[in-house]
Ligand binder design. Sequence first.
Ligand SMILES: [Zn+2]
Length: 215
Amino acid sequence: MIRFEKTLSKKEPGDAVYEELIPAGEGWMHPLRRGQTLRIIDLEGNQGLDLLIYDLHNPEDHYSATQTIVRQKKLYINAGTVFVTESGKELLKMVADTCTCHDTMGGACATESNTVRYGHHTLHMKTCRDSFILQLAGHADRYSKSDLVPNINLFAQILKLPDGRFEFMDGISSPGSYVEFEALNDTMLLISNCPQINNPCSGFRPTTNKVLIWN
Ligand SMILES: [Zn+2]
C-alpha cells in the first residue's frame, strides 16, 4: 500500500456555509466557487467515493487524470495535488488529507464491468455510473452522459501491480477520515458515494458520507 503524510485542516465545522449528507450509494452534484473549500468526510470509514470535476463555465473542460498525473509526476494523489483539466486549467487543490490513500486510475464501477468481473447476477445492482447519470440528468440543460469521463476514487486505493494488473485494497480509510479541496477556479463537482458490494472499496457495506463547504 502507498500512503503519504497526513495533512490536517484548521477549519471549524461550525463555520461552514453548507453541510449535506450523501447516503450510501447515492450521488451529489454541486458547484464550488473559486476560493471556497470543500471537505468530504468518510463518516464510518472504508467508504469509496467517486469524484468528477468540471469547469463550471465550460463543462466540456473537465478533470483529466492524464494531465494531473503527468504534471505531478506521480500516479497517486495527496495534499498538494492540483487537479487540472484536459486544457491544463487548474480546478482544485487538495489542501488536507487524513486518509492519504486515493486512486486516479481505477475508474467508476458500472453494470458492464460488474457483470464481467463478478458475474451476471450483478446486472441489476446499482453502480457509480448509475448515480453519475442520475445526477447529470438533473442538470440536463448543460450536461449529458457524454460528460462521464475518468474520475478520482477517494478513500480507496487500487494498487497498480508491476505486472500491470490492478488490485483493490481493503481497510484503507478509518472512521472520520477526510479530504479537503480548495477551488482554484469555479467548478462543478459530481460525486457518487459508491454502492459497490462486490469488492472491498466500500468494505462490502456502503455507508454515508458528509460534505461541508466554507467560503
Ligand atoms: Zn462505485
